[in-house]
Design a protein around this ligand. Structure first.
Ligand code: SF4
Ligand code: SF4
Length: 352
């Protein structure tokens, strides 16, 4: 099919992001699947597009995109950025393949839930942060040829990050500073120096499956970014390490927020030089009639396992004579009781 070429400027006037996205969607609705887009920094290009026939592949070649190229892009979307891309490449990627043939800005692959992102250069701060894995879908992959900026992979809950540390010279860490803070799931493969990792993770050696995954994955990655010649250099697995969430035994002991602020955050408290901070936490959840939802309990379904009682974050559930009662003054309608109940005995309904 003929490629649809779009210049995102008209008579030297840049067209808006919204107009460009509408134009692309109109062409998709007419049946177009292949796009070449010369952008002027417009945002969200090729993200979250629905082809009428969901099995149709949508192909994009993009130059000079703005932020969030491929954000929330779905399965069967294939994006190649010629040159570098700005922040949020593949934000919340939902199944697309995204190739950046240069560097990527901050927060590349942030929140990615599925699909693959391939970066031929470096990425900025907070890249790979909050990646996750819903077992209903294939886990997300995020491949970087060189290094990431600081705070990379923080709060990672699932998925796979691969940082090849190519041409990183004297960098003290190919993952930047304070990487992996709050990481609870997933795996990161790293080649090159790493330091200043969060204490919630541990560094281990590769096993047979890891090497197999990298052998196959690196082949695909290097082909996508036109760097096949690096394959033998990057497959010396004694140069690689694996980062995973620390086992329970190795995790640091939990401490109170007040103690954390006093001894581990800024030593004097966040604004210690200006105001006194006693570590008190202000609770902002809406309860009572300000809630949007309220849980209802069905006695006939309940088996009395107490899961709801033990998991309610607000201690709102009380057991009285084998009946479970949610106290309006404490309940925020969060729905956790409904989610944990094995018998669907709680049902949270909108009350507005
Ligand atoms: S909705 Fe949330 S706060 Fe309310 S009872 Fe259930 S778990 Fe507790
Ligand atoms: S979790 Fe469900 S079954 Fe268990 S006590 Fe609560 S309502 Fe009953």
């Amino acid at each position: 099919m003929k490629t649809c070429k779009i210049n995102a400027f008209d008579k030297n006037k840049r067209i808006s992001t919204q107009d460009l996205l509408q134009l692309i969607q109109e062409e998709i609705d007419k049946g177009k699947t292949d796009f070449e887009i010369n952008a002027c920094g417009q945002h969200d290009i090729a993200g979250a597009l629905w082809a009428k026939n969901k099995n149709k592949k949508l192909n994009f070649t993009i130059r000079n995109p703005g932020q969030r190229v491929g954000a929330m892009a779905m399965k069967n979307t294939f994006i190649t950025v010629i040159g570098s891309a700005s922040a949020d490449v593949g934000w919340l990627n939902s199944g697309a393949e995204i190739i950046v043939k240069g560097d990527a800005g901050d927060t590349a692959s942030h929140c990615a839930a599925s699909g693959k992102i391939f970066i031929a250069g470096r990425t900025g701060a907070r890249s790979g942060a909050l990646m996750k894995h819903d077992p209903k879908f294939k886990q997300p992959e995020f491949w970087v040829l060189k290094n990431t900026g600081s705070f990379s992979f923080e709060f990672m809950g699932g998925g796979i990050g691969v940082v090849c540390g190519f041409e990183c010279g004297d960098l003290p860490s190919v993952l930047g500073s304070r990487s992996c803070v709050g990481m609870v799931g997933g795996v990161i493969y790293v080649r090159g120096k790493i330091e200043d990792l969060a204490s919630c993770v541990e560094v281990v050696s590769l096993n047979k499956e890891d090497k197999k995954f990298l052998k196959e994955g690196l082949k695909e990655f290097l082909e996508k970014i036109d760097k096949e010649e690096l394959y033998s250099k990057l497959t010396k697995f004694n140069e690689w390490k694996k980062i995973i969430p620390a086992s329970k035994e190795k995790k640091v002991k939990k401490i109170s927020v007040a103690e954390f602020k006093k001894n581990h955050w800024f030593k004097e408290g966040l604004f210690g030089d200006l105001v006194e901070d006693n570590g008190e936490i202000f609770y902002l959840g809406q309860s009572g009639c300000a809630r949007l939802r309220k849980p209802f309990w069905n006695k006939k379904l309940c088996i009395g396992c107490n899961l709801c009682l033990n998991n309610c974050p607000n201690q709102a559930i009380e057991k009285q004579n084998n009946n479970y009662i949610s106290k309006d003054t404490l309940c925020t309608g969060c729905g956790i009781c409904e989610a944990v109940c094995p018998k669907s005995a709680w049902n949270t309904e909108d009350i507005f």
